[in-house]
Ligand binder design. Structure first.
Ligand code: DGL
Length: 262
C-alpha cells in the first residue's frame, strides 16, 4: 500500500491531504507540519530549505513512497534542492498561472491576479513561470501573509479576517480580473470570503486537484473516489501528534473544508 508524505509549514497542506483523501483509494498518509517555524512566507530561502530538508528526510525515514510539498512557498524556495538531494518523487505546487491565462478575456475582464505569500511572489520560480506564459503582461501579484496566521489560529470567518481582506484588496480594481489564483494552500480556507469581494463572473483557479492527479499518476493509483478514505498520522516536526486538543484542531480544519465544499 502506498504511503504518501504531505508536508506544509502548518495547516495549509490539509487542503491537499483532504482532496487526496477524496480522490485516491485508501492509501496511508503521513502529514508533517512545522509549527515552530510557521509562517514560511516571510522567511529566507535558506531557512525554508533547511526546514524542508528535515521534513522530507523524516518522512522518507517513516517509509513515505513520495512526498508532496503541499506548500507553494516551500516549493519555490526548495523544490529543486530537495529533488537533487533525494532519490524518490517529490511533488511540488506552484500558482496555477497557466490555466488562468488560458481562459479567454471577457471585455474589461482580462487580467489574472495571483495571491500568495511574499516569498512565493518574489522568488525566481514564479517570475520564470509568468515570463513563460504571460506574453501580454496580464498577471498581477498580491501578498496576503496574514491569512496564514488566521488559518493557523483557526479563524476563518471573523470580523478581523473580513477587515483584513477588504483592506488588502482596497486598491485592487476587481472588475478587471478574469481569474484569481490562490497560490498558497492556507488561503483556500478563505475562498468563500474572497469570492464575495469579487464579481460573480471571476474564475477561481487553484492547483489542488491537479496536484492530487500528479500523485496518483506517479504512484499508479486510480483517482476518482469521492468518499474520504485513508489513514493519517499527523506529525509536528518529528513528533507524532497524539494530544486530544491538537487532533481536534486538525479535525476543525477538515471540517472547515467540508463546510466550504472542498
Ligand atoms: N502554505 C504555504 C503556501 O502554500 C505557506 C504558508 C506559510 O507562509 O508558511 O505557500
Amino acid at each position: 500500500m502506498a504511503r504518501i508524505g504531505v508536508f506544509d509549514s502548518g495547516a495549509g497542506g490539509i487542503t491537499v491531504l483532504h482532496e487526496a483523501m477524496r480522490m485516491l483509494q485508501a492509501p496511508e498518509y503521513l502529514y508533517y507540519m512545522d509549527r515552530a517555524h510557521v509562517p514560511y512566507g516571510t522567511k529566507t530561502v535558506e531557512e525554508i530549505t533547511r526546514y524542508a530538508k528535515e521534513a522530507v528526510s523524516f518522512l522518507r525515514g517513516e517509509g513515505a513512497d513520495l512526498v508532496v510539498l503541499a506548500c507553494n512557498t516551500a516549493t519555490s524556495a526548495a523544490a529543486n534542492t530537495l529533488r537533487a538531494a533525494f532519490d524518490f518523487p517529490i511533488v511540488g505546487m506552484e500558482p496555477a498561472v497557466k490555466p488562468a491565462l488560458a481562459l479567454s478575456p471577457e471585455g474589461e475582464r482580462e487580467r489574472v491576479l495571483v495571491l500568495a505569500t511574499p516569498l512565493t511572489l518574489k522568488e525566481k520560480k514564479l517570475a520564470d513561470l509568468v515570463a513563460r506564459f504571460d506574453a501580454a503582461h496580464r498577471v498581477d501579484l498580491l501578498a496576503m501573509p496574514r491569512l496564514v496566521s488566521f488559518a493557523e489560529e483557526g479563524r476563518f470567518d471573523t470580523g478581523e479576517v473580513r477587515a483584513y481582506l477588504e483592506e488588502t484588496l482596497r486598491e485592487t480594481e476587481r472588475e478587471r480580473y478574469r481569474a484569481v489564483v490562490p497560490g498558497c494552500t492556507h488561503f483556500l480556507y478563505f475562498l468563500p470570503l474572497l469570492k464575495e469581494l469579487f464579481p460573480a463572473e471571476t474564475a477561481w483557479i487553484d492547483g489542488t486537484e491537479g496536484t492530487v492527479r500528479r500523485i496518483a499518476e506517479l504512484l499508479g493509483l486510480p483517482a476518482e473516489g469521492r468518499a474520504l478514505t485513508g489513514e493519517v498520522t499527523y506529525y509536528d516536526a518529528g513528533r507524532k501528534i497524539t494530544e486530544e486538543k491538537e487532533l481536534e484542531r486538525i479535525a476543525a480544519l477538515h471540517a472547515r473544508l467540508e463546510e466550504i465544499g472542498r
